[in-house]
Design a protein around this ligand. Structure first.
Ligand code: AMP
Length: 284
């Protein structure tokens, strides 16, 4: 496995691999890797000949009061994790490599980025779409693998790829969870021991949505209320949103219909840590 720091080098490597007829699979990450990230690398290797992982804590997707400065970083540990998962190259550029002085262009997404995460993190998805576009131009992958953990992000990336005619197939891989159900996340390291125990509340809230849907609920507000109730009963969270929507365009009808696939999405603060989770459910 090779560590690459510059755009020029990774572009040259991709050009060579493409000329050799190799299929390139790409996993963009912000590092501090866990088994969720590793599962994406494994999936990339299943779908392609070569797996390239990027590690870059992207400043433009963090709001001014968010955790960019304290976001956990450990490149040496990440390199070992990438190698163990089967990565062939790690692209880990410095900030100025990705955003040289005078940088002044943004990929701005409307529609699917407006609600849920977008309404609480107003600049977030433009930062994501911009950096993903730049990473795609640097790495030149045939396919890129993203986690369902960041569900709305997968829709935003698909929208950007479609709208900007990017020749990259987008694959979404399932959320990897801890034994108790908590979605693995680099931000889980922020949690105190007591918070770590309470953190599974979000998973329990998603399960309560599953439960009332399987017993016949189709009303969107009732489904949302079932999730909020579980979270509020724990007395530990401040909810940003606990919502359900159609899985493909995030539209919010009053009543869901049998056969429709929906996504339940939660974002909430546990102390200072903001956690997100989601699940897909088909209305019976
Ligand atoms: P991040 O480093 O948090 O930006 O995440 C990089 C990629 O890993 C994104 O596509 C995430 O959706 C994905 N990811 C993060 N956590 C998990 C998880 N628990 N299971 C699967 N994929 C994940």
């Amino acid at each position: 496995m090779q560590l690459i720091k510059t755009v020029k080098e990774i572009q040259a490597i991709s050009d060579k691999l493409r000329a050799e007829g190799k299929k390139i699979g790409f996993v963009p990450t912000m590092g501090y890797l866990h088994e969720g990230h590793a599962s994406l690398v494994v999936r990339a290797k299943e779908l392609a000949d070569i797996a390239i992982v990027s590690i870059f804590v992207n400043p433009t997707q963090f709001g001014p009061t968010e955790d960019y400065a304290k976001y956990p970083r450990d490149l040496n540990k990440d390199l070992l994790a990438c190698e163990a998962a089967g990565a062939d190259y790690v692209f880990a550029p410095e900030d100025k490599e990705m955003y040289p002085g005078g940088f002044n262009t943004e990929v701005s997404i409307k529609g699917v980025s407006d609600k849920f995460e977008g309404s609480f993190r107003p600049i977030h998805f433009n930062g994501v779409a911009t950096v993903v576009t730049k990473l795609f131009l640097a790495v030149k992958p045939h396919i890129a693998v993203f986690g369902q953990k960041d569900y709305q992000q997968t829709l935003v990336v698909k929208q950007a790829v479609r709208d900007m005619l990017m020749d990259v197939a987008i694959e979404v891989a399932p959320t990897v969870r801890e034994a108790d159900g908590l979605a693995k996340s680099s931000r889980n390291t922020y949690l105190s021991a007591e918070e770590r125990i309470l953190a599974i509340t979000l998973y329990k809230a998603l399960n309560s949505a599953r439960q009332i849907i399987s017993s016949g609920a189709k009303n969107r507000q009732a489904i949302n209320d079932a999730m909020s109730e579980v979270i509020n009963n724990s007395g530990a969270f401040k909810i940003d949103y606990a919502s359900s929507a159609l899985f493909d365009d995030l539209s919010e009808p009053e009543e869901f219909k049998s056969g429709q696939e929906i996504v339940c999405l939660i974002a909430a603060y546990l102390g200072k840590t903001r956690l997100i989770d989601n699940c897909l459910i088909t209305i019976p």
